[in-house]
Design a protein around this ligand. Sequence first.
Ligand code: COI
Length: 374
Amino acid sequence: MAVKFPITVTTTTQTRLHDVDFSNIPFGKVISDHMFIVDYDGTQWVNPRIEPFQRFDISPANLALHYGQSIFEGMKASKRNGEPVLFRPELHARRLNVSAERMCMPQLPEELFMQGLQMLVDLDRDWIPEKEDHSLYIRPLMFATDEYFGVHASEKYRFLIFTGPVGPYYPKPVKLWVEEVFTRAAQGGVGEAKCAGNYGASLLPAMRAKKAGYDQVMWMDATEKKYVQEVGTMNLFFVIDGKVVTPATTGTILRGVTRDAFVALLKDWGYVVEDRLLSIAEIADAYWRGALQECFGAGTAAVVSHVSDITWRDRKLELPPVDAQHRPIGTRLKTYINRLRMGLEEDKHGWLHSCDNSGVWELVQGGEEVGIPA
Ligand code: COI
């Protein structure tokens, strides 16, 4: 690591680790002992620190609460030969800054993101579950902290990272509703940013779909309501006539880190991968002629979530049963990623990043406060 920041560390005196039932971890409900925090004072990042996870005060006039300057990331750590490893963390650091730019927020130095992250995961390494399909979910986020409520870009911000052990996000294949009334994002909007508002706006359509018996909505493009975008919390993949097709990232959908890994793996394995516009009519047509072989969502939280059926208006497209024989590609990807994270596959692409902090802890214990330019 080129730069080392003086991150002060205060460890908890009361770990909550022993209160956790690791055999039953609902996604998002269990939070590890510590968090990393750094504040932006209007000109630079100051006071990087690791503290026990705890509440902090927020003014009712906090700008993020009013106008939504709030962005986040989702990533995972696992253990390889007993040591914590992160999956492509530098891509998450980079994407956070892409979201920050779109939301008029300051850039966070990638080295600071990486050092805070590595130290935090190293410190809470005992929280990393070692069971298959389980991992330590990592939630970096940045939000505005100005406390006056005229509409403006905040001058001050807070960045933090906390973590929590998780099991599978979608325990069973998902039923999808093709959404043609609500849209997720239009060209020129914020669909590509991982900002809080994108998720807030998805909740009503998702709830309506749930009431009608579906798990999630499949978003269509905002202009023609014709082209498939993404689903709930994931990018989408379809296997049509033996080729793998994933909707192109043309500015309205998230540039998924898992999506990117899957495209690379599929190419390594000799599949034809098409990253292009894909209409719902083409998918339905493939289904009717028996050429739609698989459909799955891909994301950090979900890894691979098979789709059991897709309902488009009054037509229900039912996919083959979920097993390795009928869904070989999605199943192979999921197994590979899970095995890679546990060190059971060779890391050919160099996607795993160790949390080796040699030299960092000595430097940071009791470090002085310094300013870090954005
Ligand atoms: C992820 O896949 O990590 C996400 O960010 C989706 C979600 C849990 C919000």
